[in-house]
Design a protein around this ligand. Structure first.
Ligand code: 4NP
Length: 150
């Protein structure tokens, strides 16, 4: 059976599309399904932010086909693991959880490389290109760990 992993941020245009693309590049798609979503509704149907597209392209990861969608309660049933980018995303997702099985699926993605340190992937939306490079490098390392354990 396929393991189903969902990457979640706020807008689903900057961080989680990169997390989706990076993890997809490291796994066997017949064994692992990867998707992403945002807790907010503002960018439903939008393509990823041009700065995320650019940093992905720099490392041969094409995310241009992705379109924004909003996280919903159904995702707790459809996915085995839900990786959130920051503590605010975690609060927003946990607020929609209906039972312990749902809550146990939710993990802060940087716990994969900094266990128990509660580190956020910083939201790069209002910053410059360097923020996107930084996000890429963090997510690349975290996705290496995730892929290694699958
Ligand atoms: P993301 O970044 O959560 O990494 O996709 C954001 C994108 C858009 C907004 C906020 C964060 N926004 O407020 O529109």
């Amino acid at each position: 059976m396929q393991t189903k992993i969902l990457m979640v941020c706020l807008g689903n245009i900057c961080r989680s599309p990169l997390a989706e693309g990076i993890l997809k590049s490291k796994i066997d798609s017949s064994k692992v399904f990867v998707d992403s979503a945002g807790t907010g509704h503002w960018h439903v149907g939008d393509e990823p932010d041009q700065r995320s597209i650019a940093v992905g392209k720099k490392y041969n990861i094409d995310i241009t086909h992705q379109r924004g969608r909003q996280f919903s309660t159904k995702d707790f049933e459809d996915f085995d693991l839900i990786y959130v980018m920051d503590n605010s995303n975690k609060e927003n997702v946990l607020a929609l959880a209906q039972n312990d099985s749902h809550r146990e699926k939710v993990k802060l993605i940087l716990d994969e490389i900094f266990p128990g340190e509660n580190v956020d992937v910083p939201d790069p939306y209002f910053g410059g290109n360097a923020g996107f490079e930084n996000v890429f490098q963090m997510l690349d390392k975290a996705c290496d760990e995730i892929a290694k354990r699958l």
